[in-house]
Design a protein around this ligand. Sequence first.
Ligand code: 13P
Length: 415
Amino acid sequence: MAEPVDARCARELTAVFEELGAADAGALAALEALCFSSPWSEAQFVSSFGQAAFRAFGLRAAGRLAGYAAVYCGADELELLNIAVLPELRRQGLGARLLDGVLQAARKTGMNRGLLEVRVGNAPARALYESFGFAPVGRRKRYYADTGEDALVYQLDLASREECCMRKIVAANWKMYKTRGEAAATATALRRLLDGNMPEGRDVVVFPPFLAVSAVAEALAGADRMAVGAQDVYPAAEGAFTGEVSPAMLRDGGASWVLVGHSERRHVLGEDDAFVGRKAAFALEQGLKIMVCVGETLEEREAGRLEAVLARQLDAAFAGVRAAGCGDLAVAYEPVWAIGTGKVAGPREIAEAHALVRRLLVRRFPEFGNNVAILYGGSVKPANAASIIALDNVDGLLVGGASLDAESFSAIVRA
Ligand code: 13P
C-alpha cells in the first residue's frame, strides 16, 4: 500500500529537522512564549500534535530548541500553522531555513499548494513568505483573538516541477582551450561515448570557444540530447562592434545556448551587472537559451554578503528578460573561489546558495521560477559529481577543467 502523504511528508521533514513530540511540549511552549504574544498552552500542543495530521518539527542549536515549524498535511496541500525562531537567531537566516525545509518536503511528497495565515501587521514575516513566492489570496477579519487583528491568507503553488525541467543539464565550458580540430575531435569522442547511450534524464551542452562552435555543432549534429552553446555574446544585432559576435551569428554557427556573466568575464574582462543584463535580454529575444552565471568571491562570502551578491547579480541579469518559460533559461551558481582552484563548495554551502537562487527565481518568475534549472559549477570532477548533482535544487553541473577530456566529461554526465 502506498505510504500516506502525511507520513511521507513527515519522513522528508525529519530528514531536515527533528520531529518533536509531546515530550517537547514544554520547550515548544517556552519558545512560543518568546516568539508570539499568545502562546499555546501545553495542553493545546499535546492535543494538536497528538493528531496524525498535525506535526511539529524542530531545529536545535547549541543543544536547545532554536526554532520549529508546525504543519498540517492535507491530501494535496500543506498548511503551515506556525513557524518560530529564537529572536537572537533570526538574523542567521534560521526562519528561511525552516521554511525552505518545509517547502522542500511538501514538493517532494507531491503536494500542490502551501497555505498559511499571517498577521496583517507582521511585516518581517510577510516579507519572508513573499520572498519564497507566497502571495496573498484572502483576508480573515479579526482572526487573532488577542489583538483583534486581521489575518492574511497566503498561498504558494507547489505544482511539481515539469517533466521537461526535471532533466539535469551537464554542461562543458571549454573556456579558451582547443583549436577547431581539437574541439571537433573531443566532440566526436563525446558523441561516441554518449549518443544513443545518454543516461536517463540528462542533457549535455558543450560551450566551445567561438571559432570552434560550428565545428562542434557539425560533430554533434543529430546527436540525441547534445547541444552546443557559445561562451559569450554581444547585445546588438549588428554594427560597429569590433571583435564582437551577435546572437544571429551564433545561431548561424549552430549554437542554441549562450553563457552570460561567467565569472571570468566579470572579473577578468571587467563586465558589470548591467552589461550582463543587456546580453541576457537580447540573446533571449534573438532566440538563444541563456545560462546566467552568478557567484560570490571569497571576500564577499566571508563578509556575509552571499545573499546580497546573488540577489544583485540575478536582479540585474533578469531586469529586461521576458522569458516565456523555464526552458528558455538556466542559472549556473559558480562560487568564484571554487572555480579552477580544486576547492569544491561543501554540500551545505551549495544547498544554501541554490535554495537562495531558487527563491530569487520564484520571486522574479512566479509562474515558472520553480522549474528553472540551477547548475553548480566550480572544480566539479568525476569523483565528486554524483554527490553534488544529488543535492536539492541542483539541476545540473557546469564543468570547466574536467570537461576538456571526453572520458572525464562523460564520466561526469553519467554520475
Ligand atoms: P572548473 O571546473 O575548472 O573549476 O571551472 C568551472 C567553471 O568556471 C565552469 O564554467
